[in-house]
Design a binder for this molecule. Structure first.
Ligand SMILES: O=C(O)CCC(=O)C(=O)O
Ligand SMILES: [Fe+2]
Length: 306
């Protein structure tokens, strides 16, 4: 985006009044690395870009203070979980790896907003209303549904369970039931300045429109980590928000660096519609999660044997 002089209309002002056809043309001409601004409404161009490519990046939706407060809140929840020797949150296994100091390091938290008021207050803030409405007029945050608010932490270290994450789409659950998943959007907050060499999110634009075959067989779910000729890196700054279609192929690449420099965090907020299906502390671990967890336990065992 070119720098605008004070008093110039913003990009969102310029795009607000466009027809769907005009918006599609403008969206198609934007570079894939375009960073949008989250306003009080999703603009027609943002909508068209999402439809065309399957993702959107909103620049610095959270402040550095908010980013720091959430990271500190996650550390507190980790301290609590480790002290309790907790294995699961609402039926979802907690994955404890080791950080660069070989200290226990929880690498995936589920239902985070059920355990942290800081996180709960942040995700329910009014600024995210346009994102919620994008999912549906009656969409709600599933604090205790699906996997709840999920917090991922990556690090490249000898005892890490997650330096990276293999190719997948987020609609796998539906495939377990033999269905092509319907439209579903994933909303993620990013905490660090991640350049291409720091790894991070890689996605294949347009794959949200593939048929069943591509959706299930384009790559080997979670096991394939190889770069794809059509992938693009998503660079982020602290506080960036991404929205991606749940049918889009994506992965998290490992950092080129090791230790502290390789750390990366992401937080995904589930917006759900339809009948409420709350998960409680007594809930059973779901089938697909058992499969993922078996893989993670095997990995934990291999890491410890090294
Ligand atoms: O860490 C990220 O940004 C992506 C995580 C992801 O794709 C997932 O948990 O399904
Ligand atoms: Fe994903």
């Amino acid at each position: 985006m070119n720098a605008l002089a004070a008093g110039d209309p913003t990009e969102n002002d310029l795009h607000a009044g466009l027809s769907a056809d005009e918006a599609r043309e403008v969206a198609a001409a934007l570079p894939l690395a375009h960073r949008f601004t989250l306003g009080t409404e999703i603009t027609p161009v943002q909508l068209a870009f999402l439809d065309l490519h399957g993702f959107l990046v909103f620049a610095q939706v959270a402040t550095q203070e908010e980013v720091d407060a959430i990271l500190a809140a996650v550390d507190e929840v980790q301290t609590q979980f480790l002290a309790e020797g907790r294995q699961k949150a609402h039926g979802v296994p907690i994955w404890v790896g080791r950080d660069e100091h070989d200290a226990p390091y929880i690498q995936r938290f589920a239902y985070l907003s059920m355990f942290s008021d800081t996180v709960r207050r942040f995700v329910t803030d009014d600024r995210f209303e346009p994102v919620r409405k994008l999912i549906g007029a009656d969409a709600r945050i599933g604090h205790d549904e699906l996997d709840g608010v999920v917090f991922n932490r990556y690090v490249k270290a000898a005892g890490s369970l997650r330096p990276q994450l293999g190719w997948h789409t987020d609609g796998l659950r539906d495939v377990f039931y033999g269905e092509l998943p319907g439209p579903m959007l994933n909303v993620g907050l990013h905490f660090r300045r991640i350049r291409v060499e720091d790894g991070g999110l890689r996605l294949i634009p347009g794959t949200h429109k593939q048929g069943y075959w591509g959706f299930v067989f384009r790559k080997l779910y979670f096991l394939d980590h190889r770069p794809d000729a059509e992938e693009i890196p998503v660079e982020t700054f602290p506080g960036d928000l991404t929205v991606h279609d749940g049918r889009l192929w994506h992965r998290v690449a490992a950092s080129r660096y090791e230790g502290a420099r390789s750390r990366r965090e992401s937080m995904y907020v589930p917006y759900v519609t339809g009948i409420r299906k709350p998960q409680t502390e007594d809930s059973e671990t779901k089938g697909y999660m058992k499969v993922l967890n078996a893989g993670m336990r095997l990995k934990a065992w291999l890491v410890r044997k090294r």
